[in-house]
Design a protein around this ligand. Sequence first.
Ligand SMILES: [Zn+2]
Length: 389
Amino acid sequence: MRKSVPRSRNVQKLTELLLCVQQDQITGKLKYEDFCSPCTKENVLDNVKPKFDRIARNGLIRGWQRLALHNGVVLQAMRDPFRQTQCLSALLNGGSCESSEAGALKPARPGSSPKIIRADFTPATLLADGKTVQDEPGWGPDRWHENYPMAKGDKQSPIEINSKDVRHDASLAPWHASYDPGAAKTILNNGRTCRVVFDDTFDRSVLRGGPLTGAYRLRQLHLHWGSSDDHGSEHVIDGVKYAAELHMVHWNPKHGNFAGALKQPDGVAVVGILLKVGKTPKPEMKRILEEIDNIKTKGKEAPFQHFDPSILFPKSRDYWTYHGSFTTPPCEECITWILLREPIEVSSDQMAKLRSLSKNGENEPVNPLVDNWRPPQPVKGRIVRASFK
Ligand SMILES: [Zn+2]
């Protein structure tokens, strides 16, 4: 996990502090590790422990977390390491950064930049110009494993589904979603996708049945798409790529919190819906696309309330299922995929709207957010089961 980048990349010498916290998989207790000079260590831990305990209760601790501190003051805690790094980079460059997840990230004193040491232990390595490894040209899915070994695991997603290899399983039950429109909270652009976030603090919007045991809570939905209509989906069906793919991410509350669920093979269930460009676009997509203008640039977030995502389901509930992973780093292998057979239709204009999002922040040049899909991964002997013949 802590692979450092080659020296030739000129890693910036940073000088104060970066701290990690890890949640123990079994006890749920938090363990701290920091890279600050010993003289400040005790202070810092006293300062951050209550904060982390609070975050952990809300289920936000996901593996290693990094915190920017300035004079012992916590600047920020985020569950999204990519986003966090982007914010840190902005701060290092003397700017400020809006957090889309855990509160505003600002330098402790106006105009001051936080100083950070040892930024070389995650993929979020800061380079001399304040950019990160993943901003570099060429840092694509084929290199994720350099920093996230799991990306080369045996149960990675997406995969190509070949009808001839699929096994019909008559014992697969139908699945049901019961979603509370009041659980929808916000829509955001994190520079990698457009995501709708739901309240998952209790069994409010849940998915049941199908290959699952128990109820899984809806946490977020997001999309993957291409640079043109002929590709963009992650799963490929009998050689066919679709224009986009919608993922509804649910987690199993028996594991305590989302972070805990990420470490368990039955931790997460994702309903995948393929989007195909057609003449009868699904009007239900409108609601999401209407908001795109409000979240054009990375880090933007807008309220998104009273939304029942089940309106996005196709008519048929037929599905394929297999055990796989997240398709973005760290690519945890905790997902029961429920991939729906029937695609939903979108218009070419709707796809163009998605492509109008920018990977860059507000004050940076527009960098179209496109091709945020991961190519199919080796099946490695896994059997894909189908609920239909
Ligand atoms: Zn996804």
